[in-house]
Design a protein around this ligand. Structure first.
Ligand SMILES: NC(=O)c1ccc[n+]([C@@H]2O[C@H](COP(=O)([O-])OP(=O)(O)OC[C@H]3O[C@@H](n4cnc5c(N)ncnc54)[C@H](OP(=O)(O)O)[C@@H]3O)[C@@H](O)[C@H]2O)c1
Length: 277
């Protein structure tokens, strides 16, 4: 594949590339934005390999990064793989080289499989979630033993720029995906249900939606310092309103439903990993 670039090519004065990003879409773009804002990367040190000239021009205009071609990509010492897993077989031959560091965001593609295809065993896998766009991702990191201390520090800085980083064993990636990766969809249902409840008891739809968001935001902030039971107990006074609602949720087995949802999402993540390209 030939990279299309409408951006300035490398010139003798161009600083050395610290990181090539392959496929800066939603997630790659969020990581790029966070890393630039946190000063983990400088725009001149980043090269973007992307097939779409419009996307390249947009990234160039917004962040001052440049496009790179196949040859420069091949020489990059660090590569962030941010393409969809199904695009990886197309991209792997272009990036294959013995000594580079590969950091992958791809869901369901194992570190061993990446190493096999790219020919380097300096492979780190990351699993961010959608919170990355706002700097509040929960990102899992796992790596092959051949990744150096500096490699891991680099990846940790990169993802710390878009939220919190958690070292997990790669075997736990499916569980992490099932819970932290899919979790925003579950809490979105909770938000929608709360808002529908508000409408049911007579609140205007727009107000109900805003209140649901605010309730989730306040709860998340309070849970930074409180155990969930403590928060529930503090809100639920004797014979009061909250405990009446809590009883109803227990009757409808909300907690069981959430446990089951995480288990099912984890099972599905495992299924998808086994179908890896
Ligand atoms: N989004 C999430 O919440 C999330 C969470 C965890 C992990 N991930 C992982 O992050 C990766 C990217 O997901 P995403 O949501 O950011 O998808 P996305 O927005 O579609 O980003 C992928 C980008 O790669 C580009 N691309 C396609 N083929 C390419 C090629 N051969 N060379 C270079 N670039 C190419 C796409 O361009 P076109 O659009 O022009 O095809 C697109 O801009 C996936 O592997 C996913 O598993 C995503």
């Amino acid at each position: 594949m030939t990279a299309v670039s409408t951006l300035p090519a490398t010139s003798p004065g161009t600083p050395p590339l610290r990181m090539a990003i392959v496929g800066a879409g939603r997630m790659g773009g969020a990581v790029l934005q966070g890393a630039l804002a946190a000063g983990v990367l400088a725009a001149e040190e980043v090269g973007i390999f992307h097939p779409n000239p419009r996307r390249l021009a947009e990234l160039s205009e917004r962040y001052g990064v440049r496009g790179i071609d196949d040859a420069e990509l091949h020489r990059a010492e660090r590569v962030l793989l941010a393409v969809k897993p199904q695009s990886f077989p197309d991209v792997a031959p272009l990036v294959a080289q013995r000594n580079a560091l590969f950091v992958s965001l791809m869901a369901g593609v194992s570190a061993e499989s990446i190493a096999r295809r790219v020919g380097s065993r300096r492979v780190i896998r990351a699993m961010p979630n959608l919170g990355a766009a706002l700097g509040v991702s929960a990102t899992a990191l796992a790596w092959l033993p051949e990744a150096s201390h500096d490699d891991v520090s680099m990846a940790r800085s990169l993802f710390s720029a878009v939220g919190n980083v958690y070292d997990v064993r790669e075997e736990q990636f499916d569980a992490f995906t099932g819970m932290a990766g899919s979790g925003p969809a579950f809490t979105a249902l909770v938000a929608e249900g709360l808002a529908d409840g508000g409408v049911r008891v007579g609140l205007d739809r727009r107000l109900a939606r805003e209140l649901a968001r605010q309730v989730l935001l306040a709860s998340a902030r309070l849970l930074e310092t409180k155990h969930p039971s403590e928060l529930k107990d503090e809100v639920s006074s004797a014979g009061g309103t909250a405990i009446a609602g809590v009883r109803t949720l227990e009757r409808h087995r909300l907690r069981f439903a959430l446990i089951d949802a995480v288990e099912e999402a984890t099972r599905r993540a495992g299924e998808l990993s086994r179908e890896e390209p």
